[in-house]
Write a protein that binds this ligand. Structure first.
Ligand SMILES: C[S@@+](CC[C@H](N)C(=O)[O-])C[C@H]1O[C@@H](n2cnc3c(N)ncnc32)[C@H](O)[C@@H]1O
Length: 431
């Protein structure tokens, strides 16, 4: 009873699918991530599934995000393997997993960075390197120091320390921005009070991160992350290798991860404009937003002949009907977004991810725990959790069960232009 899914939901509460808890927990709070879930959920599932603390217990995480599952597993001494297809997040996760930091080295590097900034300040021409978006978010002098700190990191040979500072720099971008930059998008109608100097912000984040590491269990690397798209086979993770999968896929809610991380990806030179975000970020993700594709690329005949449709005939017919209904309601409401296509693409992509989960999770007693939100594009109900449960049966899982965590969308109920459907957020368990 103590470990039934319902009792876990009761203990953690409605914040289970959110990042709220993590903001108070060491390492988990190093990177602010709107789409993260609770590390407490991971801890509870592991103690449920591995009560005797077996050494050879392996966890798979196909959507590593900011690394919640991987960090939790490592803290508990459990082995875990994750995929994440946003390049920028890979560095964040690696920094969070490499927490054995030596104070003397850290201090010496910090002195080096400070000296680098001081020495190069006068001659450094920000106009040559800077992106217009960044100019609009930071005071000129702050941005100059942020860039100089970034330049200085190129001289740090030890990857672990370089990534540690890079993570601290990414959080300085939040603290120093004139507008909140990830709520989840840039909110230009709100303002942050920026009173500290860039150096004070950066060095205090570095110090807080270091202090966090001093209270952690003895360092032992047990988690690994791959820069990999989970719709494809990751050849570095063997078939039948993991006991369980713990994850939260993107929801079918039009959250554009490329937009969410663009301040960081522009600053760290992974992208420079909209086209780069599409090419280098959106295309590598499960289709979760209408910005991921061009409507003209969708060919219904190809969809009907696809592997997904062939292996999920009833579901694909059902989705085509939902898509048609979405189109009708969109036209009535004079909407512009192609949520009809998004719905079709989303489940097709999730089918490939489920196949990969199925391949990696052990055939005997393997389980997957997914946190998912239902959706209602243009007011048409899409029971996402149930549909994913059904697709999972077609890739080889024998049964699925859904547990409701909370109702969603209640605060928008009186909004004039929004649908009035109450949605739910759920845990889906596949066996
Ligand atoms: C809901 S978030 C997961 C958050 C995670 N549970 C945490 O607490 O940090 C989904 C993540 O999946 C990643 N993602 C989306 N599509 C992916 C794909 N095809 N392969 C790997 N990662 C993907 C996104 O970049 C995002 O970081």
């Amino acid at each position: 009873m103590l470990h039934s899914i319902n009792s876990i939901i009761e203990r953690i509460g409605s914040g289970l699918g959110t990042f709220n808890y993590n903001t108070k927990n060491p390492v988990h709070n190093w990177y602010k991530f709107t789409a993260g879930f609770s590390n407490k959920f991971v801890d509870e599932i592991i103690s449920k599934e591995n009560p005797s603390n077996k050494k050879d217990f392996n966890v798979f995480e196909p959507f590593a995000g900011c690394g919640t599952t991987l960090v939790s597993c490592q803290t508990l001494g459990v082995k875990s393997f994750g995929n994440e297809s946003q390049r920028f997040l890979i560095d964040i996760i690696k920094a969070k997993l490499d927490w054995d930091i030596d104070i003397n080295k850290l201090f010496n590097y910090l002195i080096f960075i400070k000296e680098f900034v001081e020495t190069n300040k006068k001659d450094f021409d920000l106009n040559i390197v800077v992106n217009p978006l960044l100019i609009s978010l930071y005071k000129y002098s702050n941005l100059k120091t942020l860039y100089l700190i970034k330049e200085s990191l190129e001289n740090i040979k030890q990857e672990k320390y370089k990534l540690f500072f890079k993570l601290a720099l990414s959080q300085s971008l939040h603290k120093l921005s004139i507008f909140p930059i990830s709520s989840p998008y840039i909110s230009r109608n709100k303002r942050n009070i920026v009173s500290q100097s860039t150096w004070d912000v950066f060095s205090s984040i570095v110090t807080a991160m270091y202090l966090d590491t001093t209270g952690l269990p003895k360092y032992q690397k047990s988690s690994k992350v791959y820069y990999h798209d989970s719709r494809k086979k990751n050849i570095y993770i063997n078939d039948n290798y993991c006991d369980i999968c713990i994850t939260s896929p993107p929801y079918l809610n039009n959250l554009d991860y490329g937009e969410v991380s663009k301040v960081h990806t522009h600053f760290f030179n992974y992208t420079n404009n909209w086209n780069d975000i599409t090419k280098y970020v959106r295309k590598k993700l499960v289709t979760g937003a209408t910005t991921h594709y061009k409507n003209s690329d969708f060919v219904i005949g190809d969809y009907e002949k696809s592997e997904f449709s062939e292996n999920n005939k009833d579901i694909s017919q059902y989705l085509l009907k939902i898509a048609q209904q979405i189109r009708i309601d969109r036209d009535i409401k004079k909407g512009k977004k192609s949520f009809d296509l998004l719905t079709l693409y989303y489940f097709q992509d999730m089918y490939y991810v489920l196949k990969e989960i199925r391949r990696i999770v052990k055939k005997l007693n393997g389980k997957a725990f997914l946190i998912l939100g239902d959706s209602a594009p243009y007011g048409i109900s899409v029971p996402t959790t149930e549909i994913i449960g059904k697709i999972s049966r077609n890739v080889g899982f024998s049964k699925y069960k859904k547990y409701e965590i909370r109702k969603r969308g209640l605060k928008w109920r009186n909004h004039k232009y929004r649908h009035h459907k109450v949605l739910s957020e759920n845990i889906l368990v596949l066996e």
